[in-house]
Ligand binder design. Sequence first.
Ligand SMILES: *Cc1c(COP(=O)(O)O)cnc(C)c1O
Length: 471
Amino acid sequence: MIKTTAETVLAAAAAHAASFRKRLDSLPQHARKTHGDMVQIFREPLPAHGGDAHGVIDELVTKAEPGLQFSAGRRFFAWVIGSSHPAGVAADWLTSAWGQNAGNHIAAPAAAAVETIAAEWLLQLLGLPRQSSIGFVTGATVANFTCLAAARGEVLRQAGWDADAQGLFGAPPVTVVIGDDAHATVFSALQFLGLGHDRVTRVATDDQGRIIPAAFATALAGVSGPCIVILQAGQINTGGFDPFAEIIPLAKAKGAWVHVDGAFGLWAAAAPARRALCSGVALADSWATDGHKWLQAPYDSGFAIVRDEVAHRRAMTVAASYLPLTAEGERDPSHYVPELSRRARGFAVWAIIKTLGESGIAEMVERNCRVAARVAEILAREAGVRIGNDVVLNQAIARFGADEPPERGDQITADTIAMVQKEGTCYVGSARWRGRLVMRFSVSGGETTEDDGERSAAAIIACYRKALNGA
Ligand SMILES: *Cc1c(COP(=O)(O)O)cnc(C)c1O
């Protein structure tokens, strides 16, 4: 048996990765195999004996590639999935190769330090209060969880209850106020925290999924005692933003903790021409956002941002006698996240921000928004196609057969989506919006251009015409 060295197996992986990225654009933009196919491809008995690492990596590539989705490409529009910037991927490889455990600053001095610096940069990019602390988590789901844990602890502490120590048994009730079109994962976070995904006060939203201020004021009027308000920057279908400047002061007047889920939408603040959408967002107490969506960090990467560092740390600190005590100025990454041992996520974030810079990030966000608007404009010119949202950000939703009876419209929309996914110029998704099926078109590829948008729009229209004729 050949004994592979670290050097050869790492070089082989790099060569495979570069080759994959090079071929990406010229292939049909969809996975060639289904999940079921892939289970068959990978299924084999537990290996009784090991194999050569180089051979294993070659086999992994051969087996996995047919089942890879094209989210790292330029025309993947089904969900807001960033395209894993090469600089971030390279830094992420090093992160793995270095094998750092970013739990604390002694186990990983560089990893802990780079998070400090990347956190300062992130707060500047997003226009958030500079004293805020950031936990480098797996994604916005855990960021929402982390921020809401800090919120829960703080609103109860102010009511004289130590939830971190005593839990919720016998605690004063907490009112949670949330918009009707909040993301599903926010409700999951409430579930994990014992706050319940149904035991919330839901507030009516408008046709863009934004909280209606009058409904918000009514919901808040009856509130007394501990209260958490959850707002949104970037609704998943419409890209809509809650009217922060108008409603956050109402919540603050009630002593509520205001949390904002801005998984991708918060990045509007990084682009001058879109920044107004985030107006007032910095008045909140905590913010969840993703690195692996619009910043193009490789998966997994998210940020739990909390204005009050003490509330953040109270909710997350792991105390054990064998863990080093933090002296002044030493940052333990584990103080801000639910995990102890974890990946040094800061390296990739640092590398991407260094590579793109503030202007590169602004340009990318703005370009993605322009692509979404351009696609919507082209689609809207076609008879029977209707855009279902104001395209203010990177999101467009389209209805096909819009003048047909609703059931027939659903069918034509479903057929169009299926045909686009098969045709391969681009990959789009679907959703139900206000009870009806729509095509979702989310633009978040780091390299996606207006030309990609125009090609994709033309392919979508060609598929729609076929779907209309029952082809
Ligand atoms: C993607 C998304 C989430 C969840 O983020 P993950 O990174 O998938 O955990 C939450 N809220 C919104 C608005 C999102 O778009």
